[in-house]
Design a protein around this ligand. Structure first.
Ligand code: GYE
Length: 306
């Protein structure tokens, strides 16, 4: 705790940093890997971690953040479930002089002094990468391409941005038609359920764009259940590149994955130490990411850590 510095409200003055981390939930393989990364890197960095799981509910996250404020942790980090509605609780943290780091997902607060930095991916760019693959895949065809979209959690930054980036790229060509777009809440079960409904009401689906691997994997079950071949009858693009997604890609059931790295722990602990010490940190820290074809997935799988 740094109770004697202005940079931190500090807990017990034992020289150890305490971080309160309010996680989104355990909705996906990505999230599981992200949680593991945060817990392991806190340990490695000698940071005491208080960890909570909000089960994808904003009210639970707000409660967790308030309790971290009460416990006078040195730094609060969280991955906001949705983008809006954070101003009040962030102001409470600011008043208590506890620095906040946004991890993975963004907030839409106009007052950017409410948090020290935002560490995570560029979700708009991920959506664009998905769109660019599709444009290339259908470059020799003039036929209409019927697309269905499984969106992430409604109001979340990755859902908003992955949708926008994709729409921006495919919007340049009128042959691409998004004929249905609905949330699958980033889970396998919801992805399957919504894809089943899509298949019932749309006999002619060419492409599925799922905002994460898990929803894509659920949708594959729905597609197979409807007697169609995923990856062939319906081409599938997903985001994340967790192991199960990469395996489906290597097996030809998914056609393309845009990577989104869940390994944010080491950078987060690094930023936390700096912020608690009152050092300047960049306002935005981006993670580096790539994309995978089936061949690339086969090559990467044996050494894929998550
Ligand atoms: O893509 C999805 C998870 O916020 C980037 O959340 C994260 C997303 C990730 O549930 O699988």
């Amino acid at each position: 705790g740094g109770g004697d510095t202005t940079a931190s409200a500090g807990g017990a003055d034992d020289g150890k940093i305490t971080m309160g981390f309010a996680q989104v939930g355990a909705e996906s393989g990505w999230r599981t890997a992200n949680t593991k990364s945060i817990q392991e890197s806190a340990k490695a960095a000698g940071i005491e971690l208080k960890f909570s799981d909000a089960q994808q509910k904003q009210e639970n996250q707000i409660k967790a953040i308030r309790s971290y404020i009460q416990q006078k942790v040195d730094v609060i980090a969280f991955s906001p479930v949705v983008e809006s509605g954070w101003d009040n609780v962030l102001k409470e943290a600011q008043t208590a002089k506890i620095p906040v780091i946004l991890t993975d997902r963004a907030v839409d607060s106009a007052d950017t002094s409410l948090y020290k930095t935002f560490l995570g991916s560029d979700f708009v760019e991920e959506g664009r990468k998905a769109g660019k693959w599709l444009v290339e895949e259908y470059k020799d065809s003039t036929d209409t391409v019927n697309i269905v979209e499984l969106q992430g959690t409604t109001g979340s930054a990755p859902a908003n941005d992955r949708k926008a980036g994709f729409a921006e790229v495919i919007g340049a060509e009128s042959k691409f038609k998004v004929i249905a777009s609905q949330t699958g809440d980033f889970t396998r079960a919801k992805g399957k359920e919504v894809m089943e409904a899509f298949l019932k009401s749309n006999p002619d689906i060419d492409v599925l764009y799922a905002h994460n691997d898990d929803m894509g994997l659920g949708a594959i079950e729905a597609i197979e259940g409807a007697g169609k071949v995923p990856g062939k009858d319906i081409k599938i693009i997903t985001v994340d590149a967790v192991k199960d997604g990469m395996q489906a890609l290597a097996d030809g059931k998914i056609n393309f994955i845009v990577e989104c790295s869940p390994i944010l722990g080491p950078q987060l602990m690094d930023l936390a130490k700096k912020v608690v010490a009152g050092e300047q940190v960049p306002a935005r820290v981006l993670t580096e990411e790539t994309t995978f074809t089936p061949e690339q997935a086969k090559a990467a799988l044996p050494t894929r850590p998550y």
